[in-house]
Write a protein that binds this ligand. Structure first.
Ligand code: SF4
Ligand code: SF4
Length: 343
């Protein structure tokens, strides 16, 4: 990994990226991944319709399996116990592994660079009111995602046996779980609609509501991000207590009263360090003990994206990306999609 970081330092010295471009590089990366997600969603819709019309030559956009995090956790347990890679949704497991590796090395950068929900959440929050939530309520709400995470970990890693996982993975329900997810949105129930609108509204009122309080996936990545050598450091001597850092922080972390940010909610976005006052005061930096990226810490965004892409490329070329479930088999299950229930 050190060779990887060293090569990025060489890129810095070549000054291939000018400051203005680098300031928004995270947002550029985030936008590209979001646009790709929309594209993949449309492609998946076309795929399903083509299968219904008995055209089996079309390829499924495997990245939609990223929307099946529970199935990916099941795949992870089987992989850890047996070495067998998820035989139904390999892309889902690859995306989960990439998110885990990213968190271990470069904080919760999956949330701030790749996740489309994180992108939307920031977009809505930036347009919204960004009200502050009382410390006690925030503390209570902050525990919800950990309770959800504990529940999933308990059921999958403790309660479910390997045989049950294999049975679930091979079930028709799991094989077309991504199509079921698409139908959930296309044919949304009143309850589903109310929940989504409520989440949008809550995100409009309070910064990143879903990510900060409810996402169990983010909770897992946040805990793993403690292992990351990078953290935001505040130079106390340069701080003029303007609190612009907290204002800019999508996770509403009180950056101004800490020296080092160890918060699990820190997504490594560096918005706190990029507001005008922080840039002028040189009060905040994202560093690690070897001070990689100190000159141009935006390279952290490049590092995060490269980790994701390298894992994707490795998975793709070793046959761990596209599902072996044939289009004919997938189409057969589609006929009965509405009656397929959880095994
Ligand atoms: S932006 Fe910088 S100067 Fe302002 S409160 Fe935060 S750390 Fe202090
Ligand atoms: S503390 Fe800074 S890097 Fe961490 S989430 Fe807040 S703005 Fe982003």
């Amino acid at each position: 990994m050190s060779i990887f970081f060293d090569s990025l330092i060489i890129i810095t010295t070549l000054d291939l990226f000018n400051k203005e471009l680098m300031v928004s590089i995270r947002k550029i990366i985030q936008t590209i991944f979001f646009i790709y997600t929309i594209f993949a969603g449309i492609w998946f819709y076309v795929y399903i319709n083509e299968l219904k019309n008995e055209n089996y030559s079309i390829l499924k956009p495997s990245s939609v399996e990223g929307f099946l995090p529970i199935s990916a956790l099941l795949g992870l347990k089987r992989f850890l116990l047996t070495g067998t890679y998820d035989p139904v949704h390999p892309a889902g497991l690859t995306i989960l592994i990439a998110a885990i590796v990213m968190s271990i090395f470069v904080k919760k950068s999956f949330c701030s660079h790749i996740c489309p929900v994180g992108f939307l959440s920031e977009l809505i929050s930036n347009a919204g009111f960004r009200f502050t939530i009382n410390r006690w309520i925030s503390g209570f709400l902050g525990s919800v995602k950990y309770i959800l995470l504990l529940f999933f970990l308990y059921v999958i890693f403790y309660q479910m046996s390997l045989q049950q996982i294999i049975f679930f993975q091979n079930s028709p329900y799991n094989k077309i779980a991504d199509a079921k997810m698409l139908y959930f949105f296309l044919d949304i129930s009143t309850t589903g609609f109310i929940v989504i609108i409520s989440l949008i509204l809550l995100t409009y009122l309070f910064k990143n509501f879903w990510c900060r309080f409810l996402c169990p996936y983010g909770a897992l990545l946040g805990i793993l991000s403690w292992l990351s050598p990078f953290k935001i450091k505040r130079e106390k001597a340069n701080c003029i207590d303007c609190q612009k850092c907290r204002e800019a922080c999508p996770s509403d972390i009180k950056v101004y009263n800490k020296e080092n940010i160890f918060a699990v909610n820190c997504i490594g976005c560096r918005e706190c360090a990029q507001n005008e006052t922080a840039v002028k005061q040189h009060c905040l930096r994202m560093i690690n003990k070897d001070r990689y990226f100190e000159k141009n810490e935006n390279l952290l965004s490049i590092a995060a994206t490269l980790i994701f892409l390298l894992i994707f490329i490795a998975a793709y070329f070793t046959g761990h990306w596209n599902s072996p479930v044939s289009n004919e088999e997938y189409a057969r299950f589609l006929d009965s999609i509405r009656s397929l229930s959880h095994p």
